[in-house]
Design a protein around this ligand. Structure first.
Ligand code: MF3
Ligand code: CO
Ligand code: CO
Length: 252
């Protein structure tokens, strides 16, 4: 790996661990009765305390420090006075910007007891992301990554959102390439050692179509069924990959 890759990996590792740490803090406060604004505050403060910026805040006019996407919200839910209730499922997506580099990650949180089908959706989404990450290595094609997600999701009877994708990340929040979460093996751009991008599949219990609400951000499933998402920021190496956004529980 050349010198430039080394700096990119080192800086992304730091930004990624701050983003993951913010989600670890969120996991301590999620329970029925709290508002999504309280989650936003936790993310803002954790990231600020680590001398980093919350990249979503004011990004293209986004008003908050994280996205909170509850139940049928697919992504880009805006934190508000909305109160979480027993049985809700929620994705929290945070991006830390530290010393000019970004780390972007999201996880699902269960509020109290959730239904068996919600639980299976969450589990399958996590597995799909991890299966795709395990494909990552110098020389593989983006279609190999998309296909790993799509085949796992569809064999479990769920659908892959097509309106949003993973993305290259580094000194800008969103950059080339687009990382689709569906596709065919043996197709698409070749990935190279040193590349950094996210894998962030959004998976629906029902149909894959989404629509965006009048606030210009909140994306929901058209059929109002539940949606789940996980996201990691990944670096490509000759041997495989590095996940920059593991939780401290996953590292130790
Ligand atoms: N973190 C999201 C992603 O994974 C982007 C959020 S943009 C925002 O790419 F403006 F909605 F925060
Ligand atoms: Co992302
Ligand atoms: Co994100």
């Amino acid at each position: 790996m050349n010198k430039n890759f080394k700096e990119a990996f080192e800086k992304t590792r730091i930004a990624g661990s701050i983003a993951a740490g913010a989600l670890d803090e969120v996991s301590k406060i999620v329970k029925p009765g709290i508002s999504t604004n309280e989650i936003d505050k936790t993310c803002y403060e954790y990231i600020n305390d680590h001398k980093a910026y919350s990249a979503p805040l004011y990004y293209r006019g986004f008003p908050k420090s994280c996205c909170t996407s509850v139940n049928h919200v697919v992504c880009h839910g805006i934190p508000s006075e909305k109160i979480l209730r027993d049985g809700d499922i929620m994705n929290v997506d945070v991006t830390a910007l530290k010393e000019g580099w970004h780390g972007d990650t999201s996880r699902m949180f269960k509020v109290g007891e959730v239904s068996v089908k919600a639980d299976k959706l969450i589990q399958t989404t996590y597995e799909a992301m991890m299966k795709a990450i395990k494909v990552v290595k110098d020389g593989v094609l983006l279609g190999d990554i998309g296909s790993a997600i799509q085949s796992h999701v569809e064999s479990n009877g769920f659908s892959v959102v097509q309106d949003f994708c993973g993305h290259g990340i580094g000194q800008s929040f969103h950059q080339e390439p687009n990382v689709l979460h569906y596709g065919k093996k043996g197709t698409g751009e070749k990935i190279k050692s040193g590349m950094i991008f996210t894998i962030e599949p959004m998976i629906n219990l029902g149909r894959f179509e989404t629509k965006t609400l009048k606030d210009g951000w909140t994306a929901v499933t058209k059929d109002k069924t539940l949606s789940a998402q996980f996201e990691h920021t990944i670096g490509v190496t000759n041997e495989g990959y590095e996940i920059f956004t593991l939780s401290s529980d996953q590292i130790n």
